[in-house]
Ligand binder design. Sequence first.
Ligand SMILES: Cc1cc2nc3c(=O)[nH]c(=O)nc-3n(C[C@H](O)[C@H](O)[C@H](O)COP(=O)(O)O)c2cc1C
Length: 197
Amino acid sequence: MNQALPPARRPGHAADPMFPARWSPRAFADRTVSAEDIMVLLEAARFAPSASNHQPWRFVWSLRGDPGFAAIRDALVPFNADWAGKAAALIVVATKSTVTTKDGAEAPNHYAAFDAGAAWMSLALQAQVSGLVAHAMAGFDHAALALAVALPEGHALHAVVAVGHLGKVETLPEGLRARETPSPRLLLADLAVRGRF
Ligand SMILES: Cc1cc2nc3c(=O)[nH]c(=O)nc-3n(C[C@H](O)[C@H](O)[C@H](O)COP(=O)(O)O)c2cc1C
């Protein structure tokens, strides 16, 4: 666990504690991660389920200090670049937008984004198991990020994930400190019904 969970983060039913314990911090320790650490996260993502097992997810990653890291960071909106630039690694989550049909044509994969979400969550939970933290961001400039990672034609960008070791809240600018805590959730009764909406 990264820290004691606030009451709003305690499950009402017996879900494994790993789920409510995962959260998205913005304070990263000034520590590196290795390429192998990232491989472990990506390996977890690789085993996510996907529609017809198409595995549409694609990842581009860089460690802080790599030229690619600065390129990805600079494509983030300034709010995200400020804190995520201190992460140990940045991982871009993209998908191949089409599948190849039996007659060799390319048809849209309508489930690619859904599958990318499953892969990101696997990565995030593996980060937690590995003693790391992961924070997804959709706040980036699509054209700039596409350029930064040389996104191939027929691919879509979904998120950039900041990865590293949890840092101290005091390292964040004043305005972000109060937000540096696991966030609450809607009640299960407001999300799920038995039978019909
Ligand atoms: C697809 C996606 C996009 C997000 N974009 C951003 C972002 O641009 N900046 C940011 O600070 N957090 C971002 N977040 C983090 C969410 O705000 C966070 O996951 C949510 O508030 C729930 O908190 P938790 O992850 O700590 O449980 C994003 C999360 C997801 C899954």
